[in-house]
Design a protein around this ligand. Structure first.
Ligand code: FAD
Ligand code: GLY
Length: 387
């Protein structure tokens, strides 16, 4: 691993430049500014938080989304999940803005015997890793969520899989970052400023911003940040997700829990929106909303909660998850001195926000890689071992 700190770093906190104003860059910037670092964050869109962080559903689903072979990710996700209540409260206090943290929990539905058996296997795996689930009969699940289809066979309730309103989250993070003294630049693309084999800052438009540490937090676009030699580009790729929002009567919401159907999820928001997501597509950065994408989501949502057919459509959108070759994040040092990455969060970037910010800030402040993120180093994708 290369050094996070410059060779002559003093006892004062390092200055940091961050590329990308999604939830990952903003939360890290906030933590570092709180710790006394001089932080410059550059977002190329006119507003922060309009990438994947805007497109997401906001599920904090460490349990439901865990898959075999992803045990290290599950540990990081569980840690982040445990940080969420305190993180949300602290962020709301620091920004003066709500983030819509909701602890109602998640129901995973099975509509056939086969789906029920698959669900039993899935929760057995997740329970083995410490996940908490209650197995519910169809009647018990429909007592919790009366809008579920009568064809329901069984369900699992995950009390610890909560949700946050990711759009409110992104807005609150930008405000907290500013209030902590962070320097936010929007509407201009950032490039990495290299001096030999060391990152010495970023260039935004015509302006150089020198920094002791540079962090790439550019989501699905991290591979393409200008100034990076080809051999050092983080191997991110966009994983497209289409979603839509329906509008429920806020006083009589059709759905109260996060609900997973066979091939979709439904996420009810406090303002009456019911999000339905999401496709998982390898289409590059194609932003098209397709008939087939929406048809699949609506069909599965209707099979899960038939009453949705009465609801008006409020919005449709597509976003790009920052994928990595093994679907797990890339956190920490790179092959370039002074250059770190925090990207590749794929389906879990909202969930992993508090843990990523805490661990990356610790790394920058101490110069050491915290154990919790040791297995997420980008070196795992390099063909040649580092000297
Ligand atoms: P982004 O939010 O994409 O931010 C990266 C930013 O970098 C962008 O704003 C971009 O404009 C900027 N940028 C890029 N290049 C440059 C440059 N050169 N200079 C300056 N700025 C630059 N996760 C969950 O945990 N729960 C969910 O329920 C969930 N649902 C999802 C549903 C969908 C449909 C999608 C698409 C994603 C979902 N995710 C979910 C994943 C989550 O949204 C992402 O993992 C997370 O938002 C990644 O955050 P980020 O800050 O890394 O990226
Ligand atoms: N985590 C939900 C999604 O990525 O669609």
């Amino acid at each position: 691993m290369q050094n996070a700190h410059p060779p002559n770093s003093s006892a004062s906190p390092p200055s940091v430049a961050i590329v990308g104003g999604g939830v990952i860059g903003l939360s890290l910037g906030w933590r570092l500014a709180q710790a006394g670092c001089r932080v410059t964050l550059v977002e190329r869109n006119p507003e922060t938080g309009r990438g994947a962080s805007w497109a997401a559903a906001g599920m904090l689903a460490a349990g439901i989304e865990a898959e075999p072979t992803e045990e290290p990710l599950f540990a990081l996700a569980r840690w982040s999940q445990s940080l969420w209540p305190g993180f949300a409260a602290e962020l709301e206090a620091a920004s003066g803005l709500p983030v819509g943290y909701d602890a109602t929990g998640t129901l995973v539905c099975a509509f056939t015997r086969d789906q029920a058996e698959k669900l039993r296997h899935g929760i057995a795996f997740q329970r083995g890793l410490g996940g908490v689930f209650d197995w519910l009969s169809a009647a018990a699940a429909r007592a919790r969520e009366p809008g579920l289809a009568p064809s329901l066979v069984a369900a699992a309730f995950s009390p610890n899989d909560h949700q946050v309103d990711n759009r409110l989250l992104a807005t609150a993070l930008a405000e907290a970052f500013r209030r902590a003294g962070g320097h936010l630049i929007t509407g201009v693309e950032a490039a990495i400023d290299l001096a030999g084999a060391r990152a010495v800052g970023i260039v935004a438009g015509e302006t150089r911003h020198p920094a002791d540490i540079v962090v790439i937090a550019a989501g699905a676009w991290s591979r393409a940040v200008p100034g990076l030699p080809a051999a050092h580009r983080p191997p991110t790729r966009p994983i497209k997700g289409q979603m839509l929002a329906l509008r429920m009567p806020p006083t009589a919401p059709l759905v109260r829990h996060v609900v997973w159907g066979g091939h979709c999820y439904l996420v009810p928001r406090a303002d009456g929106r019911l999000l339905v997501g999401a496709t998982v597509e390898e289409r590059g950065f194609d932003p098209a909303i397709t008939a087939g994408g929406l048809l699949g989501l609506l069909d599965d949502a209707w099979r899960t909660v038939p009453g949705i057919e009465e609801l008006p459509i409020d919005e449709t959108w597509a976003g790009f998850r920052p994928g990595s070759p093994d679907d797990q994040p890339m956190l920490g040092a790179t092959g370039i001195d002074g250059l770190l990455v925090a990207t590749g969060h794929h389906r879990n970037g909202i969930l992993l926000t508090p843990a990523t910010a805490a661990a990356m800030a610790e790394m920058i402040l101490t110069g050491r890689t915290p154990d919790r993120i040791r297995s997420f180093g980008i070196a795992r994708f390099e063909k040649e071992p580092r000297p």
